[in-house]
Design a protein around this ligand. Structure first.
Ligand code: PMP
Length: 385
């Protein structure tokens, strides 16, 4: 007899895609210059503005999140421009790597992985570099589970006419509070495969008025990513894209965005806060140590130290092979040391309970002293509250 396992995808991207969106993706191909697509894309762009909390244009790129990040660098700056990168992990480092690849003069501030950006330190750095044109930062740092205080970071850039803030919100948008316009964020980058509950393959970029002045002076090479092309296309009725878009993925995204509208962004932020809290309480009750901060901002990813003497890869492997639960290991210098449970997107309390239960079994199999039900009970308590 073959027993087909039920799979749980508990990584911080890609994340589970709702059935409606998957089915929408399987529909017959339509033409991207026709009226049917016109209706879909008009609504998708409006719904994206809602998710970004912006009145500015949002561009859809056929790329993963990193393509969106690269497009921001290529469109906003000039060769040799000085920029400050505030990094708290792997994805903060990515900003620095991309900026270096484009020949920018990068002032990188490194904060310990697992901690948040220290806003005063960034303010001081910007004061010491009045000619810095940009501040790059990460909203939800997926490699560590940290969510940075983007609102405060933006407040130190807002008054500077010649500096913009560029935010990677790839895993945070649609999970943790982010208000593009209220917080005066100049450029925000996101992707389809995390809290937006869509398949991978779309990058999103939202661009402020202030950022357009930077785009006008930018001299870095670009063609496919050229925001001027995207802006021109989006202004036609119905909105267009300069190149053939990833039609089926956009159709799927459209269904997921409808669900986001129906649930309401503030309710979604609150659901994620509770998912994060329940996960943390469960982890602590099992006797494990959190790597990500034990605070309510940490609502997209929970990072956990592997118990002494156990490589976190073993935990990830057993969870996947024996329990069909896929979580993520550590990245870069955290490889083998931590594991990460993703809960940004289409997740409910039962996903967390199932994952914690499978984790209890896995730890026992590895000889760790865990009381059965300890994590599950602690998480359950949070959901009951
Ligand atoms: N930034 C963050 C915060 C991310 O979580 C990711 C994806 N894990 C990326 C950037 C890169 O996105 P992608 O893999 O879609 O290129």
């Amino acid at each position: 007899m073959t027993f087909h396992k039920k799979h749980y995808l508990m990584t911080p991207g890609p994340t589970p895609v709702p059935e409606k969106s998957l089915l929408a993706q399987a529909r017959n191909m339509i033409h991207h210059r026709g009226p049917e697509y016109g209706e879909i894309i008009s609504r998708v762009l409006e719904d994206l503005k809602y998710v970004f909390q912006t009145k500015n244009d949002v561009f859809i790129l056929t790329s993963s999140g990193t393509g969106g990040m690269e497009s921001a660098v290529a469109n906003l700056f000039c060769r040799g421009d000085k920029v400050v990168v505030a990094s708290t992990g792997n994805f903060g480092d990515r900003w620095a790597n991309i900026a270096n690849a484009f020949g920018l003069n990068v002032i990188k501030i490194d904060f310990d992985w697992g901690t948040k950006v220290n806003v005063e330190k960034v303010a001081e750095t910007l004061e010491n570099h009045p000619d810095a044109k940009g501040l790059f930062c990460t909203h939800s740092e997926t490699s560590t589970g940290v969510v940075n205080d983007i609102k405060s970071l933006s407040s130190i850039v807002r008054e500077r006419e010649n500096t913009i803030i560029v935010v990677d919100a790839v895993s945070g948008l649609g999970a943790c509070e982010l208000r593009t316009d209220d917080w005066s964020l100049d450029v925000v980058v996101a992707g389809s495969q995390k809290a937006l509950m869509a398949p991978p393959g779309l990058g999103f970029v939202c661009v402020s008025e202030k950022a357009w002045n930077f785009i006008e002076r930018s001299d870095l090479p670009k063609f496919y990513w050229d925001y001027k092309k995207y802006k021109k296309s989006i202004q036609s009725i119905p909105p267009q894209s300069p190149f053939t878009p990833a039609i089926s993925t956009i159709v799927a995204l459209g269904e997921s965005l409808k669900m986001i509208q129906e649930e309401g962004l503030e309710n979604i932020w609150e659901r994620h806060r509770i998912l994060g809290k329940a996960t943390r309480e469960g982890i602590k009750a099992m006797g494990l140590t959190l790597f990500s901060p034990d605070d309510d901002t940490s609502c997209a990813v929970t990072a956990v130290y592997s118990p002494d003497g156990i490589n976190s890869r073993e935990i990830v492997r057993i969870l996947r092979e024996k329990h069909a639960v896929t979580i993520a290991g550590g990245q870069d210098k955290l490889k083998g040391l931590i594991f990460r449970i993703g809960h940004c997107g289409f997740f409910t309390h039962l996903d967390i309970i199932a994952t914690l239960s499978a984790l209890e079994h896995t730890l026992k199999e590895l000889g760790v002293n865990v009381t059965s039900g300890s994590g599950v009970t602690a998480a359950q308590k949070v959901f009951e509250e």
